[in-house]
Design a protein around this ligand. Sequence first.
Ligand code: DGL
Length: 273
Amino acid sequence: MQSPIGIFDSGYGGLTVFKSIAAKLPQYDYIYLGDNARAPYGNRSFETVHEYTLQCVKWFFEQGCQLVILACNTASAKALRTIQQNDLPALGTDKRVLGVIRPTAEVIGSYTKTREVAVLGTKGTINSRSYEIEINKFFPDIKVHQMACPMWVPIVEYGEYNTPGADYFVKKYLDQLLLSAPNIDCVLLACTHYPILMDSIKRHLPQGINIIAQGDIVAASLADYLHRHTDIENNITKTGSTLFYTTDDAFDFNNHASVFFGKQVTALQLHLK
Ligand code: DGL
């Protein structure tokens, strides 16, 4: 039986993370699932994000995945801990679900000299305070400034990322951030969609501020994890194949996905039961 690595996101955004993973670890088989029919997750309650994410995680397990990566900050912030602590023991002790927050928190200390960093994310991610908590576990001396940027996901979803409208909303949030946190020297893009706004974000931040997208960090962390967990690594099938699924219209997914993934994909529609 195939045992690919499962990559999950609420929609397209996780493709920015998967792009880095696939580039670094091309030997493995993967299944990507975007829950586009119920996206965005960013404003949804803990209960809802947990319910949707768990349903998708169970589907991955049914496909033979032993390891699932939640390549979505909102799902990592609001569902991962409950899945790991409450759900996984009943689903099989050999199963693993990992997120994107911890790997990022582990390395953020090397990107800041002033020890003041900004975390930008969806309302859900920011209100959960997950980044602040995780970063301070590894680096208690770092002051974490958090800010929700609720307009940025819709701007990207509607393909408006290279427009004056996008620039207006990027500048609006970053001006607010710089006013309230003038000593930051590192800005973490803690939402899978935000790297698509990178050019505009760069234009509106002073030079010398590190802007961190998570893809390469998560890919490096996964490579290290698999190196340390040979029991899991041995079970992953290695034919270099990827299947893409979306819970919404596959034609739409294929039309949007290349912006996030950097190349054309062909997805299948999945009807979750
Ligand atoms: N993938 C989500 C995240 O990284 C952004 C999109 C959404 O709100 O569902 O937080």
